[in-house]
Design a protein around this ligand. Structure first.
Ligand SMILES: Nc1ncnc2c1ncn2[C@@H]1O[C@H](COP(=O)(O)OP(=O)(O)OP(=O)(O)O)[C@@H](O)[C@H]1O
Ligand SMILES: [Mg+2]
Length: 452
């Protein structure tokens, strides 16, 4: 493992030799550690010999935010030891006995084998162990499809910002581009190198058919490995989707395989303790979309509060209910849709969405569709310049909520706040997490018209 070793005394020097003997590469041994060293050196883990080094918990949290693993050696009364124990970072006594040093190597081996994950360290370092445990157990809806009955309403914007907001707040989030019309997720996230893509995964699974059944555990691991981790946000993993060239690919003809892969992705992410978000294109009849919608626990419908979107939404819901009613009966179909659909009005100006929502309800009841839909999300329109930078700049951190966390631009506050309100319908504790990392605007808005 590539290690950055912090400390300048005899214990550190001895450890340097021992690390090398164990096959680790010490990229540098430095006495004082600050954020700038994160860009200077390429390493996977930081080993802090606290009494011989100068650094701070804040700098180590920044390292955790960049996916670095942290190991601490500190005296009992040392503040660093209290911090490490408080957030669950492995901490050993100073000066370390031979046994302590062996324990350190053991922890590092566990980390290399994937048993001490960077996302877990990020979560504990930025939230503390108490809140991170609460967040992990308090997820209500873990399989989320984000779709819309019309193009260009903001599906990808909502999917990306929801994923980034959850991930920044400490929740391991698996973001999948499941848009059969080419969703362009990799551009939103500025991904140059990816492990694989949706089409790659489908081809792999189709090729595997007939070569014996893999165990569930092994295939779960294969699905997880398909995701690409972002080096500056260890809690976010992304699977890019189809590009235009893939749209006619014959693997898309094999509906059972497509369905198996989509379900496998949902299951693997949930089994790994995370939330899975799929950006699902328009047209619920597309094989990829059908599979992603069918297996979702929550279906976010992103629309603009405008007549064309409302009309299409009414048709979309009616059609979903009709096609489900064939299989499970009309009442169950209503229940399925009613319990899963979360409406998200996007690009909202003022409170015009209220009359729009009334129109939608009227239209549904004219079709004899009795659904108590409420606007679960009401996302304001943001300055077009910021919206453009969110996808066009060369900085991934310009994604709207990420930018809000970093720069606290006043113009983005209402969007961040509204987005987190929407996110709380899936993960109720997310507001606590986001408040702790400074993602929530301080002046809390009064409770919205429809908020529950
Ligand atoms: N709340 C918002 N405020 C301002 N601009 C927005 C907002 N949400 C989305 N946009 C802009 O609207 C455009 C369409 O957004 P996006 O690509 O997310 O939609 P989509 O539904 O995924 O589209 P497609 O159907 O092509 O996949 C983009 O230019 C995006 O920047
Ligand atoms: Mg899109």
């Amino acid at each position: 493992m590539q290690v950055l070793l912090l400390g300048a005394g005899t214990v550190t020097s001895r450890l340097n030799l021992q690390l090398a003997e164990q096959g680790h590469a010490v990229v540098a041994q430095i006495a004082a550690f600050t954020q700038q060293h994160l860009d200077l050196f390429d390493f996977r883990a930081v080993v802090v010999v606290s009494p011989e080094a100068s650094t701070s918990p804040e700098s180590l949290v920044q390292a955790a935010e960049r996916g670095k693993l942290i190991f601490v050696i500190a005296g009992v009364g040392d503040g660093m030891s209290a911090w490490a124990n408080g957030v669950g970072v492995p901490a050993l006594a100073y000066p370390p006995s031979e046994m302590d040093v062996n324990k350190l190597f053991e922890e590092m081996r566990r980390a290399e084998a994937g048993n001490l994950a960077a996302d877990e360290q990020y979560r504990r370092a930025v939230l503390g162990s108490d809140l991170s445990a609460r967040l992990q157990s308090g997820m209500a809806v873990r399989k989320i499809a984000i779709t819309s009955p019309k193009g260009g309403t903001g599906k990808t914007t909502v999917a990306v910002n929801l994923a980034v907001a959850l991930a920044l707040s400490g929740i391991t989030t698996y973001l999948v581009d499941a848009d059969g019309n080419a969703g362009a997720l990799q551009y939103h996230l500025r991904m140059e190198r990816v492990n694989t893509t949706m089409i790659g995964l489908l081809r792999r699974e189709v090729a595997k058919a007939g070569r014996g059944v893999m165990s569930d555990v092994a295939s779960g691991a294969a699905y997880l490995n398909a995701f690409t981790a972002l080096e500056n946000l260890p809690t976010l993993r992304v699977l890019p989707g189809l590009i235009t060239d893939d749209l006619g690919d014959e693997v898309l003809q094999q509906e059972d395989k497509v369905s198996e892969v989509i379900q496998g992705l949902y299951e693997a992410g949930v089994a790994a303790g995370g939330v899975v978000i799929m950006d699902v294109g328009i047209n619920p009849a597309h094989v990829v979309h059908r599979a992603a919608l069918k297996a979702a626990e929550g279906i976010a419908i992103v629309i603009k509060p405008e007549i064309p979107d409302l009309a299409e939404t009414r048709r979309w819901i009616a059609r979903m209910i009709r096609s489900l009613a064939h299989v499970v009966g009309r009442n169950s179909a209503h229940e399925f849709i009613g319990s899963r659909v979360k409406l998200c009005y996007n690009q909202v100006v003022g409170d015009g969405f209220k009359s729009a929502h009334k129109l939608l309800q009227q239209a549904l009841s004219e079709e004899q569709i009795e659904l108590a839909l409420i606007p679960n999300g009401i996302l304001p329109i943001v300055d077009p310049r910021l919206a453009a930078q969110a996808v066009n700049s060369d900085r991934r951190e310009d994604i709207l909520v990420w930018r809000y966390k970093k720069e606290k631009l006043e113009e983005l506050g209402p969007f961040a706040d509204a987005l987190l309100g929407f996110a709380a319908h899936f993960v109720p504790a997310v507001r606590e997490g986001s408040a702790r990392i400074g993602l929530l605007p301080n002046a809390r808005k009064k409770r919205g018209w429809f908020r529950r």
